[in-house]
Design a protein around this ligand. Structure first.
Ligand code: GFB
Length: 332
């Protein structure tokens, strides 16, 4: 029955000839960030030669008129909508107004302009925090909007759910090909390593690296260490995104992850091994744990033929090598 469902789903969701040709006009709003950088690298490596970008200084995506003028001038065919205000649990909890305002405007302006200027296809990037705080694990796409959200990232999650609904509504009303993927927690080169605003993996990699360098007897970890998290190496995400742009055209959201999660304690123990640090861990339980678990069900993605190749250890090793090569932790 499951095989038949996946086959049916494949047939229905694969009905467009939108395989990008190498000189297709591709626009990547947010090209300098974690995901944007990985996408740029992969698209160039794959021979795509007509990629247009603008820095946030050159084009403020919250400014509707400016976005409209850019699309009227450039008329991009394919859009990887990775631009967003992102951050870890502390940033989400502390700046909710910025997270909902910026992300709502960016999605509405870009998606509307993409429709108005007849873009062939757009891929919207959501996040696994859109799912209810206590939904069954692993989380299937159909669990969306079936329960209360995690309070620490509610503003961001609501903005991302609005982005999904924008895509689905334009598809319904105008027949656009706007698809939406839900990546799990990401990490890799070009990440944000700010110890307050970043996500857990870059923060702990930095802290453990610094503790080894300074011979500190211990490292501080936020929360209890008990929550589970799933981590996807960002270059795998870039590969999956291009795969979906070429092979998926469903109106349903699609999860992107590894299907494997670890506790925060297991994560920091893995980072200690990769860095070669054997000091103690101090858990600061005054800091929030957030969602207890958010493991994504990736059957839909696997049924399309894509699987994440990079293991957590290999991904952390690659990220550490990139940080050392780019002197990210030199001021440690
Ligand atoms: O990655 P993170 O900040 O965000 O935190 P979420 C994951 C877990 O790691 C939490 C713990 O339980 C943190 O308490 N943690 C331990 C740490 N030490 C640290 C540390 O030094 N820094 C950080 N940042 N965490 C985010 C959402 O939730 O996930 C975003 O707020 C987005 O909106 C993102 O969805 C993917 O995984 O809890």
């Amino acid at each position: 029955m499951k095989k038949l469902y996946c086959l049916l789903f494949l047939l229905l969701s694969n009905c467009t000839d939108a395989v990008m040709n190498k000189n297709a006009k591709i626009y990547i709003p947010g090209h300098t960030g974690l995901v944007g950088s990985a996408l740029m690298k992969k698209l160039k490596k794959d021979g795509f030669n007509n990629i247009i970008v603008r820095t946030s200084k050159e084009l403020d995506l919250r400014n509707q008129a400016a976005v409209e003028a850019f699309f009227a001038q450039e008329k991009p065919e394919y859009i990887f909508l990775v631009a967003a205000k992102v951050g870890g649990i502390y940033a989400n909890k502390t700046y909710p107004a910025d997270f909902i305002y910026d992300n709502l405007l960016i999605s509405a302006n870009v998606i509307h302009a993409a429709h108005k200027h007849n873009a062939k296809k757009l891929l919207f990037f959501g996040s696994s925090c859109i799912y209810p705080r206590l939904c069954p694990q692993p989380m299937k796409e159909e669990y969306l909007l079936t329960g209360l959200l995690e309070k620490t990232n509610e503003a961001y999650a609501v903005a991302k759910i609005a982005g999904i609904t924008l895509c689905q509504s334009y598809n319904k009303q105008y027949g656009t090909h706007f698809i939406a993927c839900m990546p799990t927690n990401l990490y890799g080169p070009h990440d944000n390593f700010d110890l307050e605003k970043s996500h857990v993996l870059p923060a702990l990699l930095y802290k453990v690296y610094r503790a080894k360098k300074l011979n500190s007897p211990h490292v501080q970890v936020w929360g209890t260490g008990k929550p589970y998290r799933e981590f996807l190496y960002v270059e795998d995400l870039a590969d999956a995104a291009i795969f979906l742009m070429n092979n998926y055209d469903g109106n349903e959201i699609i999860n992107i992850g590894t299907g494997i999660d670890v506790t925060i304690k297991q994560l920091v123990e893995t980072i200690k091994k990769v860095v070669g640090y054997d000091g103690k861990l101090i858990f600061d339980t005054s800091k929030p744990d957030g969602t207890p678990r958010k493991l994504q069900n990736v059957d839909r993605l696997h049924a399309l033929g894509w699987k994440a190749p990079t293991s957590l250890v290999a991904g952390i090793e690659k990220t550490l090598a990139w940080c050392e090569k780019n002197h990210i932790f030199d001021q440690a």
